[in-house]
Design a protein around this ligand. Structure first.
Ligand SMILES: [Zn+2]
Length: 223
């Protein structure tokens, strides 16, 4: 924090100091971000940089601030930062963490209670004649209650909240959730008169074919 303030002074001697919000985050890479919002500076640094020498922290602060305020980046600072991140131990550690955290994030279709691939195939057979191509199915990293499921078209992935992966979850609830997301697969989002139509009339009509629709919706509401 003090280092950021020092570099800010250096770069903008007469400008008032904005409030600073500086945090280390668990990034999968040597990621750093800087944002100016409502007059406040938000800086997020990879926790991989937490143990870096003070001179490297100065270099990072300088580079981030110079970028943000469109000032020339000092060669000494950028050299220092590059030498540090490319140094053998740091590069190796970054690579190791990227691999282990990256793998964790991709997660798996096999949960404790339900196997999403298996549920998908049974819903596929029952309602779609087995015709839907199976996207990547994965449990969410966290027990999300607001985002129960979503279909990510860009990555052809259905993510299901972990909240369903427990013994008390009725089969119809997880089936309904997947059924809904599979309808998104079948009915891509359309743009009509400039508006995104996510749940079209055909989508909704087909959704009503799910036998335990009311029960399932009740269950989801109570989560
Ligand atoms: Zn939807």
């Amino acid at each position: 924090m003090a280092i950021i303030a020092e570099e800010y002074r250096e770069l903008r001697p007469r400008a008032p100091m904005p409030p600073l919000d500086v945090r280390f985050r668990r990034f999968t890479s040597l990621n750093t971000t800087i944002r100016l919002r409502d007059g406040q500076l938000f800086i997020r640094l990879s926790d991989l940089l937490q143990d870096a020498p003070e001179s490297v922290h100065h270099a990072i602060a300088h580079i981030l601030l110079a970028k943000l305020y469109r000032k020339p980046i000092s060669a000494a600072h950028s050299d220092r930062y590059r030498r540090y991140t490319q140094s053998e131990p740091v590069a190796r550690q970054a690579e190791r963490i990227r691999q282990t955290r990256g793998r964790k994030r991709i997660s798996t279709a096999q949960g404790h209670q339900y196997d999403l691939d298996e549920v998908f195939e049974s819903v596929n057979r029952r309602f779609f004649h087995g015709l839907l191509g199976r996207p990547t199915l994965t449990w969410s990293a966290h027990v999300a209650k607001r985002m129960l499921g979503h279909y990510d078209a860009a990555h052809n992935t259905i993510v299901v909240s972990r909240v369903f992966d427990r013994p008390g979850t009725p089969r119809y609830a997880i089936e309904y959730l997947l059924y809904h997301e599979m309808l998104h697969l079948k009915h891509p989002v359309r743009v009509r008169a400039g508006r995104r139509c996510v749940h079209s009339r055909e989508f909704q009509a087909e959704e009503r074919l799910f036998p335990e629709l009311d029960l399932a919706r009740e269950y989801l509401k109570r989560l």
